[in-house]
Design a protein around this ligand. Structure first.
Ligand SMILES: Cc1ncc(COP(=O)(O)O)c(C=O)c1O
Ligand SMILES: N[C@@H](CCCC[NH3+])C(=O)O
Length: 425
């Protein structure tokens, strides 16, 4: 069952009419479904139940404390990329021994925080970082558990901005350098290599690049074990895609089956996965209100003219369309049957031509005041939002059955300037 669904032509989030949430909270508002989050996590967990595994939800996808706490209760670990994400994960009750720390630019301060907290492992992305981690560990008198993030040079066949496992991307170390880094780490009393890691990109809609990457990781992993390194984790990162529009990503079960086949000859190894989008993406929507509809008259290059549906959510609220030309379905909150339609650009109030949520989209003939839902906005939505144009950030709501909770208040004007000060010139 879909947890965002129409009942009597009205959009519901689980058992709550979206319009009722808007009445109380206003727009723009992100709405998440607890049941969908739980279902996505459980489907993933069950798919991997045949082998030792650890699911480290990728916090960057949606880092609201309530979302993290819900996943913590489901048994999730966390993939973090900053001290801020470590703070959130711990605040939400994710046990440190289920946290992995990725990212090309960890500071010594962040490493110190994570090491003191007792995280499972650092995914180290450069030789410089390895040295820094060793220094930090020596200072704290602790051994730092680590994996080297390998750049397996596998083409994930996704949007170039979100592919990360190609030689030309900044991420990880090529296999040869990674091997040397492990030998270096092995000799260091403050470093403890425990796994091998990679992450090849996001929104992948095919399984084969994952399998290819896993094979390469395995080869390195086995070579290192032969060198006497007591490795026990293979971390394949995240990246499984979701349905936004027409794409057909593999279901988690198929993805898992392909990976389980590769893991068969490694019975003593724990497979770590860092799913983000596949857990949160379709568990959230962004609801916005139509402010104006305007029509630009025909021109030579545009014989039909152009219609703009101007809404109260902009690229500062959801930047994916602007940044990646990403497609998000847009649906009315009140379903209209066989009514009139229009083709329009759905745009926000921001002073940028790139401020759009959809382009040349066929929509029901909406009128000012009506509500629209931007679908599949649960991942990389609110977390990438900003205050550009001094727009207070949207509220976030979590629906659970017949109840809903404001899990982040709408920002106020006061919030906008809270950290600022006018000096005595
Ligand atoms: C290291 C790492 N792990 C996990 C993820 C999560 O990716 P996704 O949301 O595509 O599952 C990302 C983001 O792409 C990442 O950079
Ligand atoms: N933020 C991107 C994905 C990047 C993944 C981060 N490693 C998106 O919205 O699709």
């Amino acid at each position: 069952m879909h947890h965002f669904h129409y009942h009597k032509r009205e959009l519901y989030a689980e058992e709550v009419p979206v319009a009722r949430i808007v009445e109380e909270v206003g727009t723009p508002v992100y709405i998440y479904s607890a049941a969908t989050l739980r279902r996505h996590f459980r489907v993933f967990r069950e798919a991997f139940s045949g082998i030792p595994h650890l699911l480290c939800y990728s916090v960057k996808a949606n880092s609201n404390l309530a979302v993290l706490a819900l996943l913590a209760r489901e048994g999730s670990g966390a993939d973090i990329v900053s001290g801020g994400e470590l703070y959130r994960a711990l605040r939400a009750g994710i046990p440190p021994e289920k946290i992995v720390f990725s990212g090309v630019g960890k500071t010594e301060k962040e490493m110190e925080e994570a090491l003191s907290a007792g995280i499972l492992m650092f995914n180290v992305e450069s030789l410089g970082e390895l040295e820094a981690l060793s220094r930090v560990a020596r200072r704290l008198g602790r051994k730092a558990p680590l994996a080297i993030r390998v750049n397996p040079d596998v083409d994930p066949r996704t949007h170039p901005y979100i592919s990360t496992g190609l030689k030309k991307n900044k991420f990880g170390l090529p296999e040869g350098l990674a091997f040397q880094a492990y030998l270096r780490a092995k000799e260091d009393p403050y470093l403890e290599p425990v796994g091998v890691d990679c992450h090849i990109g996001s929104q992948l809609t095919e399984i084969s690049p994952f399998v290819e990457a896993l094979r390469r990781l395995k080869t390195l992993y086995l070579r290192l074990r032969e060198e006497g390194l007591p490795l026990r984790y293979l971390d394949l990162g995240g990246g499984l895609g979701i349905v936004y529009g027409e794409e057909e990503p593999p279901p988690p079960r198929e993805y898992a089956e392909a990976l389980l086949r590769e893991m068969r000859d490694l019975p003593e190894t724990t497979l770590i996965l860092e799913p983000g989008r596949v857990i949160a993406g379709n568990a959230g929507i962004l609801v916005t209100r139509v402010l104006y509809v305007k029509h630009h008259p025909p021109t030579e290059e545009n014989p039909e003219g152009r219609t703009f549906v101007i809404v109260d959510a902009g690229m500062n609220d959801l930047i994916r369309p602007t940044l990646y030309q990403a497609y998000h379905r847009i649906q009315p909150i009140r379903e209209t049957l066989e009514g009139e339609t229009l083709v329009a650009d759905v745009v926000g109030p921001i002073c940028e031509s790139g401020d759009f949520l959809a382009r040349e989209r066929r929509l029901p003939a909406v009128r000012p005041g009506e509500l629209l839902a931007v679908m599949s906005a649960g991942a990389y939505g609110f977390v990438m939002s900003s205050n550009y144009n001094s727009r207070p950030r949207a509220a976030e709501v979590l629906v659970d059955g017949a109840r809903f909770f404001v899990v982040r208040k709408r920002e106020t004007y006061e919030d906008l300037v809270r950290l600022e000060e006018i000096p005595e010139f």
